[in-house]
Design a protein around this ligand. Sequence first.
Ligand code: SF4
Length: 460
Amino acid sequence: MSMELEHEDTTGRTEPIITVRNLRTAFFTDKEVIRAVDGVSFDIAPGETVGIVGESGSGKSVTARSIMGLIESPGRILDGSSIRYRHPETVREFAERFPKRTVDLTDFEGDRDPAALFDHPDVDATPSSFGYEDPEEATLEDFTGVGYGDALGIDRGDCVFVTEGSHEDPVDGFVEVTRLSGEAQRAIRGGRIAMVFQDPLTSLNPVYTVGNQIKEALRLHQDLSGRDATREAIDLLEAVGIPDARRRVAEYPHQFSGGMRQRAVIAMALACDPEVLICDEPTTALDVTIQAQILDLLRELQVERDLAIMFITHDMGVIADVSNRVNVMYAGEIVETAGVEPLFAEPRHPYTRGLLESIPGRQSGDRLRTIEGTVPTPNEPATYCRFAPRCPEAFEDCEHVHPVSMPVNEGTDSHRAACLLYPEDRPTEEAVERHAERDDSIRGAASPADGDRPTGGEDR
Ligand code: SF4
């Protein structure tokens, strides 16, 4: 796989369509609580590809499944997590389609001071519900959206539309995905945010034709049936590069090659005309030539449809090829985030450096390096650096201070690392102190860890 960096760094892009803040997803077993995703925050903008990379067990797929609402018992998205889908059309549609109560923020007392809203008797939200440590950080916009049933003490299942003033034209709203349940959640999943999995065979039913499976998605999400659906299924197969789509639409998955099956799965995902596409290792099971074709296809579709893509892989070569921006995950946390160019040119976190040094052909002469050890299971709150046992640069503080995301240099907010060595233009002692203070305040603002209730209505 080539390591060409073909995409500009769009780190500074505004108006994300997906905003993830302080996402924490845990699995509760009889013996332990596994914190598969532990305080993850990132954005994805339309037309942008955000790569998520890390070893197996780093929390990449659980992050994706949390966004899709696919976490099943004994897993839960914990209180204080937020996943916002900002799409005016969807907000308008939800406001009309689902049972709702409208809360006009102008009714609130307290001079409409956002911080004062936390004290209002109808508001159950805490600053951590919005990913803040301090109530003063909240804005009125935080309270404006669909789905804050819990936050406002309203029965789960209702969609709550919160606005400032008129709610007739909720252009600036968002849908809080973690608060939705039932039909509203299903309308988001597959309809607005679609997912392509690693193995196309697990996404395709062997006893139905490929065409019928695409038509089912069209029936569910676009209310198309009969000839219209067949025509659209053929168009979709053509759009993903299936030759002779008119004939192929009536074939079964076993009659497709591996690459064609993955194209068919992408066609199924596009059948709902999503704005966001989550690709979870979509090319891992394919050989290198087919892998390159699928990556090209995704790029073309992205340009045509202005898709926001979240691309998960353990392969740094693929990440370099497809991403505008990269989040490196380790043991449930994002340990480094940067545009693709700076990340590959100047990786800062020792884990990212280790991943890059493990790529065959990147180091000349030397033996291929590996990162000794394995990813730990994050089964206790992090009070230290989870990478410390494997880190060649570990020092004493790493054993008892938990690093949080910090700019690698003062003033370079777009490149951040969760490592006590940063910001590197500050003395290490001072940097360590900052991490400790920031971690304390995040911990103080978060709700009780293991006793957290799930933020969806049921175990999700
Ligand atoms: S905090 Fe310490 S152990 Fe963790 S990555 Fe940085 S130097 Fe290594």
